[in-house]
Design a protein around this ligand. Structure first.
Ligand code: AMP
Length: 217
């Protein structure tokens, strides 16, 4: 299956993508994670992306599209993938169509995670990520780790993403509304969008998402 996951920051895309990708046996491709990995490895791409991420802005398309395309060309993504955080604007959506055309493939579904804005802010403010594995995500209130600051799964250090600070979050939400939301209409016109509520416990949302995807593919 080839799936795109969309939703505002804090909708739980990263958390859900990790479970969905596992259930569907496809790789989870997160452009945010790819950028963060490049930053921690000190690559040139990471250095370029960092300033935009810090400001809550989109990294320019000429950097992002090439990176996403390279990742999608890896052998593990041949039979399908779950894209998380890409595409994030109309230019990227059109570029993705071009990439899929080149490989003679197409998307099966665009899963839209819906969550009210006040909940988004609450979720992001309390979100803590594991330094060792970005799919290990906690929340100080909703899913607290057993020991504060330590990942339950692997013992890695938990930290707050720099772009999860309040002012940057506001900017990221604004960018989501102006740049990313239009891609939902773009995909609606192709009959690909499946919208589900992202409220509730993590396994409940995963179940809802699997059922919704089962109906379309
Ligand atoms: P995420 O982990 O998906 O929330 O992404 C974190 C940040 O990485 C975003 O706020 C952007 O600065 C950058 N980023 C991730 N994906 C993209 C993309 N598809 N296009 C441009 N910037 C992106």
């Amino acid at each position: 299956m080839r799936i795109v996951l969309v939703g505002p920051p804090g909708a739980g895309k990263g958390t859900q993508a990790a479970y969905l990708a596992k259930n569907l046996s496809i790789p989870h491709i997160s452009t945010g994670d790819l950028f963060r990995a490049n930053i921690s490895q000190g690559t040139q791409l990471g250095q370029k992306a960092q300033e935009y991420m810090r400001a809550g802005q989109l990294v320019p398309d000429e950097i992002t599209i090439g990176m996403a395309k390279d990742r999608m060309a890896q052998p593990d993504a041949e039979a399908g993938f779950l894209l998380d955080g890409f595409p994030r604007n109309l230019g990227q959506a059109e570029a993705l169509d071009g990439i899929l055309r080149e490989t003679g493939t197409k998307l099966d579904a665009v899963l839209d995670l819906e969550v009210p804005e006040d909940e988004v802010v609450r979720r992001i403010a309390g979100r803590r990520m594991c330094r060792k594995d970005s799919s290990h995500i906690f929340h100080v209130e909703y899913t607290p780790p057993k020991i504060e600051g330590v990942c339950d799964i692997c013992g890695g250090e938990l930290y707050q993403r720099e772009d999860d600070k309040e002012e940057t979050v506001r900017k990221r939400l604004e960018v989501y509304h102006t740049e990313t939301e239009p891609i939902i209409d773009y995909y609606k016109a192709q009959g690909l969008v499946v919208t589900i509520s992202a409220l509730g416990k993590v396994p409940e949302v995963t179940k809802r998402a699997m059922e919704a995807l089962g109906r379309v593919a």
